[in-house]
Design a protein around this ligand. Structure first.
Ligand code: ATP
Length: 457
């Protein structure tokens, strides 16, 4: 993990946010390479789940919605964790995490299901067993801690203009459901996808970009008529689509993936069934992507909250129904983190990121063999200009070729193209493969199709 973090900082994938001010609570910025990887992953998600399907459309809704949205959805009051405070250091901890850690390996507590404990039960358990904070101090009673972030609209502070930064992108989809129905010709079953920032007052942070206050979600609400579709079947189909995206499109190793079903108490208040697609991060198996059957809960709640009829009218029978919904929701940052972890390799004397060629921040790098021969530079520039119109291409004329290769290996560039003296006479270049390190000589006219083939891999 330390080596991955060091590489991402050293090469400009991820920086600590506001570093010159000492950083800000587990916040991170994407550097020149990270932003490319993030964009490539988001674009691929959009292409696969929105563009390549005739039953999906996209949306881009506001971060700040009408505050009644969050009352109706049940987030105000319900979207909370139990927190305790160290009485000496005043550091905060999630009560369930403290209890979980404390009971680990204690045979007599093997039947305690922490996920099923209420805030009061957690408090009682901590007191009775005198559970201490990680620093060895006593802790306060458990208190409810709201995850929704509050802010104010306009210049006046007060109850009336309190609004929330969205805790999930989903509610913007539900509140626009009628707009989408009225403005398109779409019919059930269909889905709406959205990528955008969400915010949560998380208590436990750490683990790099895995859990942050501010993160980017990719959410799909897939609407259907429960009398016409078998939800279990649809659920399975979406699980397969998620798995295939991770394995085939992002190139992640299957051995690092597993499904985990939520227990009855762990499941959110609105869901009838929930699974997590977990990835084996360097710090253990953790949720990458969740899928929940939210029934008609959200549309019903938004109908109640707004008094607007959000029902769907069947175009053939004119029957009105409130559609049910299946929701696959993923953090784009977790997809980036997973991709970095899964592709990081140390081989003999080199570090290499074996990212799928399609996702790599740079698809190819172009090098003139030396930087002091104008004919070589001019020739190489011509190739660079031709390639960069289609692919993100790196230009490097500094230092020896071996060093340039090592640098490109570390940032995951699939191909390095070198222009040498022979190029000027035979109109060929050497092309070096990141994974095999093999070099071949090919005609300049074939470079574009060569890259196109690699990208398909
Ligand atoms: P967790 O159990 O990790 O807190 P969750 O079950 O609360 O996650 P959901 O509400 O299902 O998460 O959100 C959907 C997805 O959004 C998650 O699968 C995860 O990829 C991402 N996500 C949620 N919270 C965060 C966060 N604080 N930072 C980064 N990504 C997040």
């Amino acid at each position: 993990m330390d080596r991955i973090i060091s590489l991402t900082k050293r090469r400009g994938f991820i920086y600590q946010t506001s570093e010159i001010y000492g950083g800000l609570a587990n916040g991170y910025d994407y550097g020149p390479l990270g932003v490319e990887l993030l964009r490539n992953i988001k674009e691929l998600w959009w292409k696969k789940f929105v563009h390549e399907r005739n039953d999906m459309v996209g949306l881009d809704t506001q971060i700040i919605l009408h505050p009644k949205t969050w009352e109706a959805s049940g987030h105000v009051g319900n979207f909370a964790d139990a927190v305790v405070e160290d009485t000496v250091t005043h550091k905060r901890y999630r009560a369930d995490h403290l209890v979980e850690k404390w009971i680990q390996g204690k045979e007599e507590f093997h039947d305690v299901v922490v996920e099923e404990m209420t805030i009061e039960e957690l408090s009682e358990f901590i007191k009775k067993n005198n559970i201490k904070s990680p620093d060895g101090n006593t802790v306060s009673e458990s208190k409810k801690f709201d995850l929704l972030m509050k802010t104010h609209l306009g210049s006046l502070e007060g109850e009336q203009d309190t609004v929330y930064l969205r805790g999930e992108t989903a509610q913007g989809i539900f509140t626009n459901f009628k707009n989408v129905l009225d403005s398109t010709r779409i019919k059930l079953p269909f889905g709406i996808g959205q990528i955008g920032k969400s915010f949560r007052n998380e208590i436990t942070l750490g683990q790099y970009i895995f859990r942050t206050f501010e993160f980017e979600q990719g959410e799909i609400e897939y609407f259907f008529d429960p009398e016409k579709e078998d939800w279990k079947q649809l659920f399975k189909t979406w699980q397969n689509a998620m798995w295939n995206f991770v394995v085939q499109d992002l190139g992640i190793q299957e051995k690092n993936l597993r499904w985990r079903r939520h227990t009855d108490t762990e499941r959110s208040h609105y869901s009838k069934d929930t699974y997590d697609l977990d990835y084996q991060f360097p710090f253990g198996w953790k949720e990458l992507w969740g899928i929940a059957y939210r029934t008609d809960y959200d549309l019903k709640q938004q109908m109640k909250g707004s008094s607007v009829d959000l029902r769907y009218t069947d175009p053939y029978t004119q029957k009105k129904i409130i559609p049910h919904v299946i929701e696959p929701a993923v953090g784009m940052n977790r997809l980036v983190f997973m991709t970095l972890c899964d592709s990081y390799c140390e081989e003999n004397d080199r570090v290499v990121l074996k990212i799928k060629p399609m996702l790599a921040p740079y698809t190819a790098a172009v090098f003139p063999l030396v930087s002091n021969k104008q004919e070589l530079i001019t020739y190489a520039e011509k190739i660079f200009n031709q390639l960069s119109a289609q692919y993100h291409t790196y230009w490097d004329d500094r230092g020896n070729i071996g060093k340039r290769y090592r640098y490109q290996d570390e940032i995951g560039t699939p191909l390095c193209i070198t222009v040498d003296y022979e190029s000027l006479e035979t109109h060929t270049v050497t092309i070096r493969d990141r994974d095999t390190m093999k070099q071949s000589r090919i005609a300049v006219k074939d470079v574009v199709s060569y890259i196109a083939n690699i990208i398909k891999k």
